[in-house]
Design a protein around this ligand. Structure first.
Ligand SMILES: [Zn+2]
Ligand SMILES: [Zn+2]
Ligand SMILES: [Zn+2]
Ligand SMILES: [Zn+2]
Length: 210
């Protein structure tokens, strides 16, 4: 009888803690944005759902508000090669989905398969020095020599600094296209792209086996 009482108490606590956990997650996502990452459990990547219960990363053009990944910002990104295009080598952070786009002929990173790279804080202070990579998806793609890239509606830009709204609120990202096993999203405020592992891609199968 005693063990039955303990079991009953434990199951009641569990049934209370689940909605409470969900509520705390909802409040966290409401305050900072959803935490989206390529290091999430593969099930979450496949179903495109945040643990708070909200759908994320829709492909219908609806924006998902994503929070900043502070560990990447302060300690650096873990990049893995995604492919080559438009004279540039393209990488993606295995944690936060941040891309890196570097000139294949000039960058010391261009021949690497994977590497760790810190954020270039001088670019954050002074702004990124941009060159045009290509026009695509109705936008102009730019890259800085630090590898940071932007998709902007205007052409001919040579400098860009992150707007404060993205610093405070996080990025509002919507779907652009799928390639190389990743879904590409773009922030509607700053033009910053993010790449997240596409559902049903080979990369999702790799994530399932992690
Ligand atoms: Zn959420
Ligand atoms: Zn990162
Ligand atoms: Zn830069
Ligand atoms: Zn943004």
């Amino acid at each position: 009888m005693k063990s039955l009482t303990i079991y009953s108490r434990n199951s009641t606590a569990a049934s209370i803690s689940m909605p409470l956990k969900r509520l705390l997650m909802k409040l966290r996502c409401l305050a900072f944005g959803h935490k989206v990452s390529n290091a999430l459990p593969a099930q979450q990547i496949a179903t495109k759902g945040c643990p708070c219960g909200a759908p994320i990363l829709d492909e219908d053009g609806r924006a998902t508000r994503v929070s900043h990944t502070l560990s990447c910002f302060f300690f650096g990104h873990d990049y893995i090669k995604m492919g080559e295009r438009d004279g540039h080598s393209e990488y993606v952070c295995e944690v936060c989905g941040h891309p890196l786009l570097v000139d294949t002929n000039r960058s010391p990173y261009a021949n690497k398969h994977a590497f760790h790279k810190k954020v270039r804080f001088l670019c954050i202070v002074k702004g990124h020095q941009l060159h045009t990579v290509v026009d695509r998806n109705g936008l102009t793609e730019y890259a800085c020599h630090c590898g940071h890239s932007f998709l902007r509606p205007e052409n001919g830009r040579t400098n860009f600094r992150h707007p404060l709204t993205c610093v405070y609120k996080g990025h509002y990202i919507s779907f652009i296209m799928r390639r190389e096993g990743y879904d590409e999203f773009r922030c509607c405020n700053c033009g910053h792209p993010f790449y997240f592992i596409a559902p049903e891609s080979d990369r999702t199968l790799i994530a399932f086996n992690r």
